[in-house]
Design a protein around this ligand. Structure first.
Ligand code: SAM
Length: 276
């Protein structure tokens, strides 16, 4: 029998399709926890069997009552309580946020055991910029609400990540294409499972591909950032004036060329002119 863990709430990430992705630390935490909170006891029972964990389980979701949460908080004073979702990282389009907030407010320890997350896994295979991204969860099911939601994201200068289901994929891609215009995107499906695939193309191409053939399985859509507008002469002048306030013409030219993504020789002569 392994010793139990210090009391507190343990947020444990679990596999998104391949049991071998359960980390040794996650497995050990489940075995040593005194109690486990699960979205669906039948789903989690299989994982616990795989990990060799035998702690009692209670169902927890964000619709659980304040009274349920209070009972959980009472346990945290003396017990190690692990929160898992059906798959992936709890709280990421999954229950847990209200519980973590309440645990923190009550002064209890909260630990995270990081691991699989479909959004992050999809970003790693999509081949789209990852320096800035916005995780937008599930788009609304109804057309108007979905288009409004996409419209609000239209000016975000970052890649975007959406969770989606097979039957709704084509409609979502069509709305993304019509609201966001020509952008590179990827449909990443069944990550870490037998039929894992990543299909790339423009939003319009992907919308057409899936229009008549809704795919099976679990899906993440990754959309690239808006294409960068070609810098105008005015943009160059504004940037140069800013840089020339502190830098030599040659350095200012290099700095502006870098910032605007344009060749240095296009900027250098103008930097000399403006510095006179
Ligand atoms: N908390 C989970 C995580 O960390 O990724 C996400 C839970 S959310 C309720 C479920 C959605 O995640 C699915 O509808 C799908 O969009 C995405 N997803 C989960 N597993 C996936 C997989 N193996 N491949 C692709 N997408 C997946």
């Amino acid at each position: 029998m392994e010793p139990s863990l210090p009391p507190g709430l343990y947020i444990v990430a679990t596999p998104i399709g391949n049991l071998s992705d359960l980390s040794p630390r996650a497995s050990e935490t489940l075995r040593r926890a005194d109690h486990i909170l699960a979205e669906d006891k039948r789903v989690t029972a299989k994982l616990l069997k795989y990990a060799g964990a035998r702690a009692p389980m209670t169902v927890y979701h964000d619709h659980s009552s304040d009274e349920d949460r209070r009972r959980t908080l009472d346990m945290l004073a003396s017990k190690a309580v692990a929160l898992v979702s059906d798959a992936g990282t709890p709280l990421i389009s999954d229950p847990g946020y209200k519980l973590v907030r309440a645990a923190r407010a009550g002064g209890y320890s909260v630990f995270t055991i990081p691991g699989p997350c479909a959004a992050i896994a999809a970003l790693t295979v999509a081949g789209l910029p990852t320096d800035r991204f916005l995780f937008a969860g599930f788009l609304p099911a109804k057309t108007k609400a979905r288009r409004d939601a996409i419209g609000e994201l239209g000016t975000v200068k970052a890649s975007m990540v959406f969770y989606e289901s097979g039957p709704r994929l084509a409609d979502s891609l069509a709305d993304l294409a019509s609201c966001l215009g020509p952008r590179d995107a990827a449909v990443v499906r069944e990550i870490s499972k037998l039929h894992e695939e990543c299909v790339t193309g423009t939003l319009a191409e992907l919308a057409e591909r899936y229009a008549t053939a809704p795919p099976k399985g679990e899906i993440v859509i990754v959309v690239g950032p808006p294409p960068q507008r070609e810098a105008s002469e005015k943009d160059v002048d504004t940037a140069l004036r800013e840089s020339l306030a502190t830098l030599s013409p040659s350095r200012a030219a290099a700095d502006v060329a870098d910032r605007l993504g344009i060749p240095r020789k296009r900027v250098y002569a103008r930097a000399l002119e403006l510095s006179r």
